[in-house]
Design a binder for this molecule. Structure first.
Ligand code: HEM
Ligand SMILES: CC(C)=CCC/C(C)=C/CC/C(C)=C/COP(=O)(O)OP(=O)(O)O
Length: 313
């Protein structure tokens, strides 16, 4: 009896370990963060004037996905020392010892080169150039240079995550005009309040790892103030596509409501019950809501732009 059941059990666990290995390689791409990165890239592609064959459009979106994922893998390769120290990241495949650093490096490089080459061959080299630039920006400028040096790391380095709408747009038109730069500006202004809200309760991890995120260097009080300032800039930037006549009043109404909503959450975070250093006395409840709202904000804003352009015309 046992001679028949053992191999079956062995096969089942081999299949199980294959699956968890695949899961680890996928985890290197930071798939959850990718959802919004790819969504903004897709909207850039959909609202761009002109026509792209659906198969080529899909290829372009896939290249943005794989390119951004490759950047995530290279980030995890470079950051493996600090990821091992931070509670949130220590179970990642490299610090947990499930994927060797060099294998992750090779994986990231191959995917990065392949995504740029396929983007260039399938669409055009302007889109491919911006994809290559954003991968390099995230890995070299943000990860290797700024992240461990300045509390402005995510303001400047965060620009990497703002390029996907530009790449999507360029895949259709072959150029980058005012509107894609406005979409870039929206994501650029969105990134600081998105991340700093989270960093208000995650700063212990960053402090332990010696990463100079804003609450670690300037304190929670200053971070709360900066969140409000960038949210005001974001709320205005959100209206820009309407101000230049690219989007209609329906988009403007959604953008105004979302901007007001974000500002409400930012101000609640600013005024949250806190001690004299700005540390929350209520488990960062308002900051957590602001972070969650940041994700909703970007998703609905870009969704509204697509509906405004493609459905309402
Ligand atoms: C330098 C800039 C940024 C930093 C430092 C940052 C940091 C983070 C961190 C630490 C998390 C928490 C959980 C995790 O690791 O998954 C997170 C979540 C997230 N970020 Fe960002 N982020 C940045 C930019 C962006 C951009 C540009 C996008 C997309 C446009 C984005 C989309 C997301 C999404 C969708 C989540 C939720 C993931 C989940 O559900 O776990 N982030 N971000
Ligand atoms: C098109 C293209 C190449 C886009 C790439 C940009 C990209 C993946 C942006 C997302 C930014 C991000 C996940 C930051 C996380 O910061 P972190 O790496 O400091 O976070 P961690 O502490 O979770 O590792």
């Amino acid at each position: 009896m046992s001679s028949t059941t053992l191999p079956v059990a062995g096969q089942a666990s081999a299949a199980g370990s294959d699956l968890s290995e695949v899961r680890d390689w996928i985890a290197l791409l930071k798939p959850r963060v990718l959802t919004l990165v790819v969504f903004t890239g897709l909207i850039g592609l959909l609202v761009a004037p002109g026509h792209i064959h659906p198969v080529l459009g899909l290829t372009a979106v896939l290249c943005i996905t794989v390119g951004a994922g490759a950047a995530g893998a290279l980030n995890m390769w470079y950051d493996r020392d600090i990821d091992a120290v931070m509670r949130r990241t220590q179970r990642r495949p490299i610090p947990a010892g499930r994927i060797a650093p060099n294998a992750a490096l090779g994986f990231g490089m191959v995917l990065a080169v392949a995504s740029v080459a396929i983007m260039g061959l399938a669409t055009n080299w302007v889109a491919a150039g911006w994809l290559a630039f954003s991968i390099l920006f995230y890995v070299v400028v943000y990860t290797a240079w700024l992240k461990r040096r300045t509390s402005q790391n995510i303001v400047i380095g965060g620009a990497a995550g703002a390029f996907p709408p530009i790449i999507g747009w360029a895949a259709v038109t072959g150029d980058v005009t005012l509107v894609p730069w406005l979409l870039f500006t929206i994501v650029f202004a969105w990134t600081p309040p998105h991340f700093w809200a989270l960093s208000l309760w995650a700063h212990g991890d960053y402090a332990r790892a010696g990463v100079p995120m804003l609450p670690v260097v300037e304190g929670a009080r200053e971070t709360r103030k900066q969140i409000v300032i960038y949210t005001v800039v974001l709320a205005l930037a959100g209206l820009a596509p309407w101000l230049v006549g690219f989007a209609g009043p329906a988009y403007a109404a959604v953008a105004a409501a979302l901007g007001g909503g974000f500002l409400y959450h930012a101000i609640r975070t600013w005024r949250e019950k806190q001690d004299e250093t700005g540390r929350s006395l209520v488990n960062d409840a308002a900051a957590r809501r602001t972070f969650a709202f940041s994700l909703t904000y970007l998703f609905i804003l870009f969704g509204a732009l697509a509906i405004d352009r493609l459905v309402l015309g």
